[in-house]
Design a protein around this ligand. Structure first.
Ligand code: NAG
Ligand code: NAG
Ligand code: NAG
Length: 280
């Protein structure tokens, strides 16, 4: 049976900032965010998300969220959306089991409201991007804006589902019978040229839903769409936001990760370092 969201694309946006992408856009960055993470969204808006123009190019950052059953939280999200014009909210319940719905929703939105962008990124909400570095890299990669067949990420190979039943990511044989996944992207961030996002989106019409979104989209749908991965050069994959040598890692990285909550306090400091680095 085809899934009404992931396969049939019957997404409705209960919040939709459909003009967020107007004008020339180099990249749209979709941040998968949970309804109950307003302070994480705020931290992104105040840091890397605040860079909308750099080197003559425009970047659009949007938060993809789904429904909450908490009315108070919902009205908070509505005022956030009004104030910052950067939220898209789908008509399904937000849960980690529904992550694939959300990631495909991001592509649905791009397809409907931002099909003139050159690049599409999907990132997690604990990813800090050096936006300046990113823009310069994308411009260098595609000086004429005509790049195609580009799926750039830290590629997992020879990974398989977790079969320990007490694990959060446990997958029974009935859900995925094979021992290996096809190559797929690590979810902290992946960069797609527009045509790749379109081909993956089209592939989702027929590829059976699988709830681990990175495996589904950049693995199973990528095979169907005949898209191959370009593995990130080592400096581009993520570094952890650990304290010891922050200013050192900031110089070479595109993506920094607050993988554990204990790393959150370093976020703002890392961003200050990034800003001063690019002011020189
Ligand atoms: C989303 O996830 C929840 C809990 O994991 C589930 O109950 C719900 O049916 C899912 N689907 C939709 C369309 O909301
Ligand atoms: C983008 O969408 C518009 C309206 O749906 C359509 O006319 C146009 O051809 C599309 N452009 C691309 C590059 O797909
Ligand atoms: C940062 O410090 C850790 C431990 O002190 C070390 O293992 C790591 O290699 C350092 N990273 C860089 C980029 O210098």
């Amino acid at each position: 049976m085809r899934n009404v969201y992931v396969n049939l694309h019957k997404y409705e946006y209960t919040l939709n900032n459909k003009y967020a992408c107007n004008g020339n856009v180099l990249a749209v960055i979709l941040v998968n965010s949970a309804p109950d993470k307003p302070s994480e969204r705020m931290q992104i808006r105040n840091t890397w998300g605040s860079v909308r123009f750099h080197s003559g190019a425009t970047v659009v950052t949007l938060f993809a969220i789904a429904q909450t059953e908490d009315d108070k939280l919902q009205s908070h999200i509505e005022s956030e959306s009004k104030q910052y014009v950067d939220i898209i909210q789908g008509n399904f319940l937000d849960s980690y089991r529904n992550l694939t719905y959300k990631t495909v929703m991001g592509l649905d939105w791009v397809h409907k409201f931002c099909n003139h962008t050159k690049f599409v990124l999907k990132v997690d909400d604990d990813t800090l991007i050096d936006t300046y570095h990113l823009v310069d890299y994308l411009l260098q990669r595609s000086p004429d804006g005509d790049i195609e067949d580009f799926l750039y990420c830290s590629t997992f190979r020879n990974q398989g589902p977790i079969r320990r039943s007490d694990d959060k990511w446990f997958v029974p044989m009935t859900e995925y019978p094979y021992s290996k996944y096809p190559p797929y992207c690590e979810g902290f961030a992946y960069i797609m040229s527009y045509d790749v996002s379109k081909k993956l989106y089209e592939a989702t019409e027929t590829v059976k839903i699988y709830w681990i979104d990175d495996v589904y989209l950049t693995g199973l749908a990528a095979i169907q769409a005949r898209i191959t991965h370009t593995n990130m050069e080592s400096g581009h994959s993520y570094k952890l936001l650990d304290t010891d040598n922050l200013s050192k890692i900031v110089q070479s990285s595109l993506f920094l990760l607050a993988k554990y909550d204990s790393m959150r306090p370093n976020w703002d400091r890392a961003w200050d370092d990034i800003k001063s680095l690019h002011k020189k």
